[in-house]
Design a protein around this ligand. Structure first.
Ligand SMILES: *Cc1c(COP(=O)(O)O)cnc(C)c1O
Length: 424
């Protein structure tokens, strides 16, 4: 097609865009390592890892090999009544890597669906236990859990992008977001709102759902591990399930393989996605305990009521297993620690700029929070003109690069972030 870019503009929705007056999109023709190549030949250093997912960079040889090998053997088959090695091999890895007692794995095709599945598990569990009144969720503000209806209902009502639908979404409980940052001194007062909501409404609450340690698209905030420990303790005291959404944080991003390890706790239900396949395929998983699984299946209909068409897709499972093996074979912890130091050195000086409210770094995540929202179209162009791919939203200019990024490229990335932030 000659005019594919005009065709795109006329006919294709992009995430959160207008079909009438779309902002420009940049045509990418290939990607390798940490570089995206545009149609005009320009190369951009990727600071986004395609929304947390491409942890090994692009065209990673091990992932390409796993994909090609699997495509020649079994690319897809329905999962109803059938199983295959790629799914079992991946599930075995997930059971081993995630904190005990998570041991039952449900595969789905995107993070939002993994969250829907987690919510449905919690609701079905309480129905089977003869407590159908336990059908609401408790979460914290500034969270983001996806764009489908169940997930939207637990996104922050203001920053979570779904305020428009608030009238028709199920009503859940929202505690204040934790105020204590990851490295701040702990303050007991931080628990007040959560503790009160949980004790006032325990009879109605099926589960607590939150992103552990790092809140992503709802505000890019890092909170204190003690908050998470207290949440676990309070859930146990009330017999409420705990769902942790590690779709963004899983697979090393915060410096631990899973962010809940910062607090030494484990959930009853865990959602994984994004970096699960190293960004090559779409795949997600929801893990739960033997206890929750047994509860769900103890009463009629005796089965868990979900089953996507592309459940356990062999291509995605094979790539995910290869991605996990590559990660574990590397000194990923040393790598993330190194990236954290470099991001901190590169970004911390920006806190002196008048337009900047705060700079925060955790693991391989660097966030520059501005006082004012940025002009998306303008700032995007400023980054591209300087050879860097960063996609800010609202007041947040942030990066979570592929783990393989070189010191020189990371230096360029943070320098350009500084230059661009300074001219807003
Ligand atoms: C991205 C994300 C989701 C949704 O995943 P999709 O694959 O976009 O549906 C859910 N929860 C968190 C924490 C995320 O970062």
């Amino acid at each position: 097609m000659e005019n594919w870019r005009e065709f795109d503009r006329e006919h294709i929705w992009h995430p959160y865009t207008s079909m009438v007056d779309p902002l420009p999109v940049f045509p990418v023709v290939s990607a390798e390592g940490v570089r995206l190549t545009l149609a005009d030949g320009r190369e951009l250093i990727d600071g986004m890892a395609s929304w947390w997912s491409a942890i090994h960079g692009y065209r990673c040889p091990e992932l390409v090999a796993a994909l090609c090998h699997q495509a020649r053997t079994l690319s897809h088959v329905m999962f109803g009544g059938i199983t295959h090695r790629p799914a079992t091999a991946l599930a075995a890895r997930l059971v081993e890597l995630t904190p005990p007692p998570l041991e039952k794995v449900f595969f789905s095709d995107s993070g939002s669906v993994a969250v829907e599945v987690a919510i449905k598990m919690a609701l079905q569990y309480w129905q089977a236990k003869g407590r159908p009144a336990r059908h609401r969720l408790l979460t914290i503000r500034s969270g983001y859990h996806g764009d489908t209806f169940g997930a939207m209902a637990v996104c922050d009502p203001v920053t979570g992008m779904h305020g428009l639908f608030s009238g028709i979404l199920p009503k859940h409980y929202f505690a204040d977001a934790p105020r204590c940052g990851f490295r701040d001194p702990w303050d007991d007062g931080d628990m007040e709102s959560f503790e009160r909501l949980l004790s006032d409404h325990a009879d109605e609450i099926a589960a607590v759902i939150l992103e552990p340690i790092c809140q992503g698209a709802g505000g890019m905030r890092f909170y204190h591990p003690e908050y998470l420990r207290r949440v676990r303790r309070l859930c146990d005291a009330q017999g409420v399930l705990l769902i942790l959404d590690e779709i963004a944080t899983g697979f090393g991003r915060t410096g631990k393989l899973f962010a809940c390890e910062h607090a030494g706790i484990s959930p009853d239900i865990l959602c994984l996605g994004k970096a699960l396949t190293g960004g090559m395929m779409t795949l997600a998983a929801t893990l739960t305990t033997a206890e929750v699984a047994a509860g769900i299946c103890s009463k009629a209909p005796g089965v868990f009521m979900h089953g996507p068409t592309f459940m356990g897709n062999p291509l995605a499972c094979a790539v995910a297993a290869a991605s996990i093996d590559k990660l574990l074979a590397s000194d990923w912890q040393g790598r993330i620690h190194h990236l954290e130091k470099r991001l901190d050195a590169g970004l911390s000086p920006l806190s002196a700029l008048s337009a900047v409210k705060e700079v925060r770094v955790l693991g391989a995540i660097g966030v520059v929070e501005m006082h004012q929202p940025v002009d998306m179209a303008r700032i995007q162009r400023q980054f591209v003109d300087r050879g860097v791919w960063i996609r800010p939203f609202g007041r947040l200019v942030y990066t979570m690069p592929p783990y393989i990024i070189s010191d020189a490229d990371l230096e360029t990335l943070t320098r350009v972030m500084g230059e661009v932030v300074a001219i807003q």
